[in-house]
Design a protein around this ligand. Structure first.
Ligand SMILES: Nc1ncnc2c1ncn2[C@@H]1O[C@H](COP(=O)(O)OP(=O)(O)O)[C@@H](O)[C@H]1O
Ligand code: SF4
Ligand SMILES: [Mg+2]
Length: 315
């Protein structure tokens, strides 16, 4: 079956200008989200995953310089003015974060917050918005009698459900979830992932999941993008990835999963103020050759997979 594209990201370059120099967080990143899939971007902390995700809805601070083309349903959205873009952010793309309280109003009853979000986007009566908010509470499996609760009266998992209800109030086509379960304990984490999967299927949503957790990738992903030092190193379908990761960094990420108590990838993620003449993974790579220090790898398409490594070549 032909895959329909929802979001296309082409040659995305992002840097932050700071008083002590530029931080290059995204280096010619390309990826596509197909309708109805979950695409997971995975990589260690500090690789630029959140910055890439936030750039898609223009939620980065003012010192960010973004270049590249983003298309939504085939239409370029990166050049839209703020007013036109706000409609997309409100009605087509929603984002949830690790910390629910970053987008929940602490002094407003949770039901009213969901209703207000709905009303702000659909211009309906208060009564209709309240009915929709109750429906959303049910969908995220919150007891409806919590409609009048304040956020501080809820557990972390419940707050996460409220944030999901607010995000889904407008039935977005794309949900960006940035480490949505990282601060939750394992059982609650599982319940939230299950809920996201259920809602995705119900609404035929597309999910862009940002995580450093291979367990989350394993449970959720249809396709996977591996990010390292602002570069997309590999894009593969889930089955191919777990059967045979191609990029040496992806291989190392899976080595950690196999032996989490003993194995760590040697070295550390580089400071993104560095400029890389060769491959950014070179200092940590056990497959490196002499060229890796001086030649920067380009992305190479290998069937359904894309790999950015000088020593992984199509056979
Ligand atoms: N406003 C900013 N100014 C300068 N550097 C920033 C800013 N925001 C993020 N960064 C840097 O961007 C890099 C990538 O951050 P991030 O996307 O949060 O990584 P990840 O989500 O993969 O853990 C980090 O090195 C971080 O310090
Ligand atoms: S280009 Fe070289 S250093 Fe980089 S990942 Fe490939 S083998 Fe390792
Ligand atoms: Mg992050």
């Amino acid at each position: 079956m032909k895959k329909e594209k929802l979001l296309e990201v082409e040659q995305l370059n992002i840097k932050f200008t700071t008083s002590i120099g530029d931080v290059n967080v995204s280096d010619d990143i390309n990826f596509t989200l197909n309708k109805g899939e979950t695409f997971c971007i995975v990589g260690e902390s500090g690789c630029g995953k959140s910055v890439v995700a936030l750039s898609l809805t223009r939620l980065l601070p003012e010192n960010a310089v973004i270049n590249g083309l983003v298309k939504f349903e085939g239409h370029p959205i990166s050049g839209l003015d703020e007013k036109a873009f706000a409609k997309i952010r409100g009605q087509k793309i929603a984002t949830i974060f690790e910390q629910p309280m970053s987008c929940i109003n602490p002094v407003m009853r949770i039901g009213d917050q969901i209703a207000e979000t709905y009303r702000a986007n659909f211009n309906c009566s208060k009564k209709e918005a309240k009915l929709q908010a109750i429906k959303k509470l049910e969908e995220v499996k919150m007891p409806v009698n919590r409609y009048n609760a304040y956020p501080h009266e809820l557990s972390g998992g419940m707050q996460q459900r409220v944030m999901i209800a607010i995000a889904l109030a407008c039935n977005p086509q794309l949900l960006i979830a940035d480490e949505p379960t990282t601060s939750l304990d394992v059982t609650v984490q599982y319940q939230i992932l299950e809920l996201l999967q259920e809602l995705k299927e119900k609404y035929h949503m597309t999910i862009l999941m940002i995580t450093h957790d291979m367990g989350v990738v394993h449970d959720m992903a249809d396709r996977i993008g591996v990010m390292y030092a602002g570069n997309m190193m590999e894009i593969s379908e889930r089955e191919d990835f777990f059967k045979k990761p191609l990029h040496p960094y992806a291989v190392e990420l899976l080595n950690v999963v196999k032996d989490p108590c003993h194995y760590t990838i040697p070295g550390a993620v580089p400071n993104l103020m560095e400029t890389f003449t060769g491959c950014p993974f070179e200092p940590r790579c056990n497959k490196k050759t002499a060229l890796c220090k001086t030649n920067k790898p380009e992305s190479v398409v290998m069937g359904e997979r894309i790999v950015r490594c000088l020593n992984v070549v199509p056979n």
